[in-house]
Design a protein around this ligand. Structure first.
Ligand SMILES: CC(C)(COP(=O)(O)OP(=O)(O)OC[C@H]1O[C@@H](n2cnc3c(N)ncnc32)[C@H](O)[C@@H]1OP(=O)(O)O)[C@@H](O)C(=O)NCCC(=O)NCCS
Length: 168
């Protein structure tokens, strides 16, 4: 497999992501978003905030194939009860080649190396077998099912919650 790496967004990456997000079903589609959402976020903070961010998944010889991101989630009062929820979206033509597994492993390594968070979380639809398998292969542990946690495409969806701890 060609080398997969994570790198900061550039302006043209944000435009590419915005274009992709306008294709229904292409990414994790939760309804229409502003067509320049990623570009505006890039203009604000380069997609890298204090406790949240996005990085480009870049494949040697191919270029941008999607992105990974993280946001804080709260399990009690700050600052000691935060975890980071991580997510990924690969463009349709680049799925099923192992990139998602590697990208999520690299993201976990990056976040443990450069933040003090103890716990990473990831959740995905119970029907999303590829993501569940990719998370397991990236060192995440399945914890359980959150019933009707998401409203999407006219129905509530159950999601599976995964975690990876610093010591895992
Ligand atoms: C989910 C996603 C990140 C997985 O990354 P990927 O690069 O496509 O997956 P990988 O090639 O690393 O494969 C991981 C595992 O899933 C399996 N897999 C891949 N595509 C699959 C599919 N369509 N159905 C079932 N299993 C699949 C692979 O065979 C592999 O398992 P194995 O090693 O046991 O054979 C990627 O497909 C994606 O971005 N999908 C759209 C957005 C999304 O679902 N994001 C995450 C949920 S919020």
């Amino acid at each position: 497999m060609p080398e997969v790496r994570l790198r900061p967004y550039r302006a043209e990456d944000a435009q590419r992501f915005d274009a992709e997000a306008q294709v229904p079903g292409a990414l994790d589609f939760f309804g229409w978003a502003p067509s320049d959402r990623a570009s505006r976020k890039f203009a604000r903070d380069g997609m890298l905030g204090a406790d949240s961010g996005n990085l480009v998944v870049d494949v040697e010889g191919v270029g941008m194939v999607g992105d990974v991101g993280w946001v804080p989630v709260f399990h009690g009062p700050p600052p000691n009860c935060f975890a980071l929820n991580v997510g990924i979206g690969l463009f349709a033509e680049h799925r099923g080649r192992g990139y998602g597994t590697v990208a999520q492993r690299l993201l976990a390594e990056h976040l443990f190396a450069y933040t003090r968070f103890e716990r990473l979380e990831a959740s995905t639809d119970v029907l999303n077998v590829a993501e569940q398998r990719a998370l397991e292969k990236a060192g995440f542990t399945r914890e359980g099912v959150l019933r009707h946690a998401q409203w999407r495409a006219g129905a509530f969806h159950d999601v599976v919650l995964f975690s990876r701890l610093r010591g895992d």
